[in-house]
Design a binder for this molecule. Structure first.
Ligand SMILES: [Mn+2]
Length: 305
């Protein structure tokens, strides 16, 4: 059966600390995400962009910046992702900042429970995104989605799925992490999150890392990838708001995506934090699309299994 992919744009930087991720969906379209995926025989429908509040660019209130607007955007994302999953489609969320993963993954978790599937989330990111209002240094909600999904955060975000918490910490594997705030570090440890940080990747290689992260997937597993473009090394991907040196190289990122593709289990995807205002001639968008191609099975050779 041909996978029916739908593109869902969420043009907002409401949860970010820098403006510009709101232009992400269009940059990915300009980088030909649709025709490139179609060239691999995939069916791709572009559902256009969701609508939501504009960014008022205000300081945080009680540890959260733009909370009401973040909730509104996430409700729109949740509903669109859920509708696509219920229609048997494979949704790709074109962000937008990473706070949108609350709505996206809440919908995925809800769908998995409804159809009796196991859920595995791969969180590709430079950051753990596990802050709360009390430990956050900035109040930016794009640093909090994993904590919200695990039940720690504002009620409206924490309860977006059909149950609280939306996911358990053991459903989520983080890869590429290299920047974790002080209080966040302790909280990640307490919650028992599986984190393959850059040191782990340096010591064990991307191949072994991905073997671990993909261990135990079966026919009944829904694999969701939340791809924060700042996962990549800034040398190859300058178009993000929160650059952290020392990320995966081009080859390591390709291997990561190819090994995910090999499982044949990818069922939903977020592509977030691409910031065209900080990019150079759309090269980060082109790279993101190149890696998404690999995620959907582009390989250099016809591989023998
Ligand atoms: Mn992130």
């Amino acid at each position: 059966m041909t996978q029916r992919i739908v593109l869902i744009g969420a043009p907002t930087d409401i949860g970010a600390g820098a403006r510009g991720a709101s232009m992400g969906p269009e940059a990915l379209r300009v980088a030909d995400i649709k025709p490139i995926l179609e060239s691999h025989g995939l069916s791709v429908e572009d559902h256009g962009n969701l609508a939501g509040p504009t960014n008022p660019w205000l300081p945080p209130v009680a540890g959260y910046r733009h909370l009401a607007e973040v909730i509104e955007w996430n409700r729109a994302v949740h509903d669109a992702m859920l509708a696509a999953l219920q229609a048997g489609q494979l949704p790709i969320l074109l962000g937008g900042d990473h706070s949108l993963a609350v709505g996206s993954i809440s919908a995925v978790a809800r769908h998995c429970r409804a159809v009796g599937k196991k859920l595995r989330v791969l969180w590709l990111d430079a950051h753990a995104d596990f802050n709360t209002s009390t430990i956050t240094p900035s109040g930016n909600l794009h640093g909090m989605p994993v904590a919200c999904l695990c039940g720690h955060g504002p009620a409206e975000l924490v309860s977006m799925s059909d149950q609280v918490p939306a996911i358990e910490p053991w459903n989520i594997y983080q890869i590429g992490i290299r920047s974790v705030d002080q209080g966040e570090k302790r909280f990640v440890h307490e919650m028992g999150l599986d984190v393959f940080d850059m040191r782990f990747i340096d010591e064990n290689g991307m191949r072994h890392t991905m073997e671990q992260a993909l261990l135990g997937l079966d026919d009944n597993t829904h694999l969701h990838v939340s791809f924060d473009v700042d996962f990549l090394d800034p040398e190859i991907a300058p178009g993000v708001g929160t650059l952290v040196p020392g990320g995966p190289t081009y080859r390591e990122a390709q291997l990561c995506m190819e090994m995910i593709a090999d499982t044949g289990r990818l069922a939903s995807l977020d592509v977030v934090e691409l910031n065209p205002a900080l990019d150079v001639r759309n090269k980060t968008a082109d790279l993101a699309v190149d890696l998404i191609e690999s995620l959907f099975g582009k390989s250099t050779l016809m591989r023998r299994s």
